[in-house]
Ligand binder design. Structure first.
Ligand SMILES: Nc1nc2c(ncn2[C@@H]2O[C@H](COP(=O)(O)OP(=O)(O)O)[C@@H](O)[C@H]2O)c(=O)[nH]1
Ligand SMILES: [Mg+2]
Length: 208
């Protein structure tokens, strides 16, 4: 029996600054790693040198490799390269952290669209998931952000962070009801373990 070679599943992590994208990328990487999956991270927030360093520290801590580019490098080219590296290394999940400059600026959406297109050149189904990270403490802002990102690039789910703070889970219900976008994961603190699947659906099983 022969089986087709498996290609990496790509998860694009998007959202505005400070919502917890980089932390959630690391948590998600850790989540997959503890389930014995092969993971690669891509530091596609190339606009802040500190963001590359931040993800690099997490990558080392969780024991996974990370593809990094030069400061100010084109994130679409970086994600393209990261895909090629992931495919070569038999990686199962490629997680791409991205920049989060103000979502009202259309250049961020244009940039994210370009990232999507460059991933799709490798695999028409990539990115397989586009997860928006929203901060639960921002309340109705999270709904507005979801609407904007969804219209611009299309979302498959949410990661709702800071539910340990004054965050209200109600926003999750509002987003599901009004936009039909499910919450896949929740963040409840700053540590790797402060992270859980949300809806009981087996995210991993459904992606493979
Ligand atoms: N309390 C709490 N803090 C979080 C959570 N997720 C992220 N943070 C913190 O939020 C801040 C911004 O996170 P970061 O990942 O850098 O956000 P990014 O700009 O979207 O990449 C950091 O201080 C994180 O430690 C969470 O679920 N709970
Ligand atoms: Mg970041």
């Amino acid at each position: 029996m022969t089986s087709l070679p498996a290609h990496p599943k790509v998860i694009l992590i998007v959202g505005v600054n400070g919502t917890g994208k980089t932390t959630s990328t690391a948590k998600l990487g850790h989540f997959f790693k503890t389930k014995r999956h092969r993971v690669l991270l891509a530091a596609a927030d190339t606009f802040r040198a500190a963001a590359i360093e931040q993800l690099g520290i997490w990558a080392e801590r969780i024991g996974v490799d990370m593809i990094r580019g030069q400061y100010n490098a084109d994130p679409a080219a970086l994600c393209y390269e990261a895909y090629q590296a992931a495919d070569k290394r038999d990686i199962e999940f490629l997680l791409c952290d991205t920049a989060g400059r103000l979502h009202t600026k259309s250049n961020l959406m244009a940039e994210l669209s370009k990232v999507k297109r460059s991933l799709a050149k490798n695999d028409p189904n990539a990115p397989h998931e586009i997860l928006l990270v929203v901060d639960a403490t921002t309340g109705s802002n999270a709904l507005a952000q979801t609407k904007q990102f969804h219209e611009a690039i299309g979302l498959t789910g949410l990661i709702v962070t800071k539910l340990d703070g004054s965050g209200k889970g109600g926003v999750v219900v509002a987003i599901q009801d009004q936009l039909g976008i499910p919450t896949r994961f929740v963040g409840t603190g700053e540590k790797l373990e402060d992270f859980a699947e949300f809806d009981g659906r087996d995210f991993v099983a459904n992606m493979i």
